[in-house]
Design a protein around this ligand. Structure first.
Ligand SMILES: [Zn+2]
Length: 95
C-alpha cells in the first residue's frame, strides 16, 4: 500500500506576505490585514536598504498585477465566506 501525503493551506491561514530582497536577503513581512487595507505597492516598488531597486516600476502591468494579486489574496477569506465551496492551496509538505 502506498500513501501520499498532501498539504493544503486555506486562505484564512495566511498571516502575512513576505518580500525579500534578492540581493541582500533583507525581508519585509507585511501582515495580511495591512496588505488588504494598506498600500502594498509601497513594498513592491521600493528600493532596499542595500540600494537594490525591486525592478517593479510603478504603473507597469507587472506591478499592477502583483498589487492586485496581493489584494485579492488578502480578501479571499471574506470573498469565500458563506459560499458553498472550500478553497485551499496545495503546498509542499514540511519535511
Ligand atoms: Zn537588499
Amino acid at each position: 500500500m502506498t500513501f501520499e501525503k498532501k498539504c493544503f493551506i486555506a486562505p484564512g491561514e495566511i498571516r502575512a506576505v513576505r518580500f525579500t530582497c534578492s540581493n541582500c536577503r533583507t525581508d519585509v513581512t507585511v501582515p495580511i490585514e495591512k496588505v488588504r487595507d494598506g498600500d502594498v505597492g509601497l513594498y513592491i516598488a521600493r528600493r532596499c536598504q542595500c540600494g537594490m531597486e525591486s525592478s517593479f516600476d510603478a504603473a507597469t502591468t507587472a506591478t499592477e498585477n502583483l498589487i492586485r494579486f496581493n489584494k485579492l489574496l488578502a480578501t479571499l477569506t471574506s470573498t469565500l465566506k458563506g459560499q458553498n465551496i472550500e478553497y485551499s492551496l496545495q503546498v509542499d509538505c514540511p519535511e
